[in-house]
Design a protein around this ligand. Structure first.
Ligand SMILES: *[C@@H]1O[C@H](CO)[C@@H](O)[C@H](O)[C@H]1NC(C)=O
Ligand SMILES: *[C@@H]1O[C@H](CO)[C@@H](O)[C@H](O)[C@H]1NC(C)=O
Length: 533
């Protein structure tokens, strides 16, 4: 009996070993990631429960004469608990009208020239000055992250910090913000980088005022465009000497991963930015699916290359087209830059975007509902933000499985740029000409990309369902940029046999259907037809 059993079990044991081995191999990648994440977490500020916020601030300032403003808190219950020798002021402001909903702050569509945001009342700032610390009770996030009152409280604090801080002989001394409540402040306004102490339910921030100044100049939502750039230089607030002297560290960035199908697009994108005489760096994130030959082409086009490991969306199905789209989160690791304008590789820039770096992150154009389009976005790299994004990707789902849905959950409070900064090649039935207006900043090529086709016409014309993306004028703009790139940069812009076959299949179908636009009649002269580059 004892001898018979093992022989029967053998196949089972064998398959169990195979199963385990597979499991281990699959998990090694995740274990490595986990290990890295744990290593990173070592740098997190640690809670220090023995200190309360007042002791902490007094120690940091070396002073017990501390002027305090209370926001959304009751003075009477707190005054005798705070042992300051300075003043304590309760900040008065009218609570935002309950009729104002998040959807009013974040409408899907706005009239870019005339839209007005609803009123979100602020205090009379002249009544408060010489502040050392602003203490706010943050409404809990039981109404979610899109709570208008929670936003109002955060904005009141931000404004007090930049308008009412203590000034000694022309120099502002550090000012602190303390948030009481279990959810902490809004991370879009008060970055985790500035968190100096998290003690039970209090969150102490020492904000970089330069950043907060940019934020308080923005409208309360995407209900209005970001203010015109020329208005942003007019701040009268005192800047610290070291802030004024610091050179801005800014870069454009794009990403290619998983397949090489966007490499040619990224080459043309770099050329388009460089032609406009940018002063910024160009950074390209590439994973190990991008070959050395492609890397060479990208480098000589002007990109500085950073090798990355791609990031999986843990909720996506295996081998789905957007399984690895969370790789974009790596942009937040580019901390050698204060600001990054990310541009998808299927773009051409036609007017300089350099001046847009004056805005805070995240600035982008609208997409649908209250969301921004993540194809072109200004963001501010930050390691703790990166870590938080990496952690939250396990819990938070994206409405479309892509990075755009996830990022919109993470950054519900964003700033609206004009649509012409990310002009989508999308033409509805009323638009018969499919012409790109001359004042756009950047064109976002939807549908079949120009470099997946022969240059003679926009091959979106060859299939009816893609007509809405077809534009010969957009196609011509792309190829003009390509033509200016030196020959040695074009080696990555040929059609694979598969792309070639797909092109002719579509074109033949267009011919059989006798599509009235007649593009299928155009003779193909593109030298790439014979793989002449
Ligand atoms: C870029 O600089 C070159 C050389 O100074 C100049 O000829 C060209 O007009 C500039 N282009 C733009 C778009 O400003
Ligand atoms: C995900 O990335 C792929 C290729 O990198 C792109 O074609 C696709 O549009 C992206 N999807 C979403 C939903 O962002």
């Amino acid at each position: 009996m004892a001898a018979a059993k093992p022989s029967k079990r053998k196949p089972f044991t064998f398959s169990a070993i195979i199963f385990l081995a597979t499991l281990i191999t699959f998990n090694i990648q995740y274990l490595i990631q986990l290990h890295q994440d744990v290593q990173n977490a070592v740098n997190h500020p640690k809670p220090a429960t023995s200190l309360n916020w007042f002791e902490f601030v007094a120690r940091e300032l070396g002073d017990e004469t501390i002027n305090i403003a209370l926001v959304n808190m009751d003075e009477a219950t707190l005054t005798d608990k705070i042992p300051t020798k300075g003043k304590i002021a309760k900040v008065d402001f009218n609570r935002v009208d309950e009729a104002v909903q998040w959807s009013h702050l974040y409408p899907e569509w706005i009239d870019e020239t005339n839209a007005k945001c609803p009123n979100v009342p602020m205090p009379m700032f002249e009544n408060y000055d010489q502040l050392d610390v602003v203490v706010a009770r943050v409404p809990s996030d039981e109404f979610g992250l899109k709570d208008v009152f929670r936003l109002q409280v955060n904005l009141v604090v931000a404004n007090l910090l930049v308008r009412c801080g203590r000034v000694q002989s022309g120099i502002s001394r550090p000012i602190f913000a303390v948030f009481i409540g279990d959810s902490g402040p809004m991370s879009e306004i008060f970055r985790c980088d500035d968190l100096v102490l998290h003690d039970a339910d209090s969150w102490i921030h020492r904000p970089q005022l330069k950043r907060i100044r940019q934020i308080v100049l923005m409208p309360v939502g995407s209900c209005q465009l970001n203010p015109p750039l020329e208005h942003l230089g007019e701040e009268r607030w005192i800047e610290r000497e070291d802030e004024r002297l610091k050179q801005p560290r800014e870069a454009y960035a794009t990403i290619v991963h998983s397949t090489e199908t966007y490499v040619c697009g990224a080459i043309a994108l770099a050329r388009s930015i460089i032609q406009l005489n940018t002063t910024k760096d160009l950074i390209l994130l590439a994973d190990d699916h991008i070959s050395p030959k492609s890397i060479n082409g990208l480098q000589s086009a002007g990109w500085k290359i950073k090798r990355i490991q791609r990031i999986r969306n843990p909720h996506s199905t295996k081998n789905s087209y957007n399984e690895w789209n969370y790789s974009k989160l790596r942009l937040w690791q580019l901390i050698e830059y204060d600001k990054v304008i990310f541009i998808d590789s299927d773009f051409i820039v036609t007017r300089s975007l350099d001046e847009f770096f004056k805005y805070p992150g995240i600035s982008a154009r609208g997409n649908n509902k209250d969301r921004f389009n993540s194809g072109l976005m200004l963001l501010e790299p930050s390691l703790c933000t990166f870590r938080s994004l990496m952690e939250k990707r396990w819990l938070v789902r994206s409405y479309n499985g892509g990075d755009q849905g996830f990022l919109n959950e993470m950054f519900p409070w964003w700033h609206r740029l004009p649509n012409k900064i990310n002009y989508l090649t999308y033409f509805d039935d009323k638009d018969r000409d499919h012409i790109i207006p001359s004042d756009v900043y950047a064109i976002h090529y939807l549908g079949w990309k120009p470099w997946w086709c022969y240059r003679d016409y926009d091959c979106n014309w060859d299939s009816l369902q893609n007509h809405k993306f077809a534009s010969d004028s957009a196609n011509n703009i792309w190829w003009e940029v390509y033509d200016k790139a030196a020959d040695n940069k074009r080696g990555n812009c040929f059609l694979t046999p598969k792309m070639h076959t797909r092109f002719w299949n579509n074109r033949n179908k267009a011919k059989e259907a006798n599509l009235p636009d007649g593009h299928w009649r155009i003779k193909i002269r593109d030298p790439r037809l014979n793989n002449g580059l």
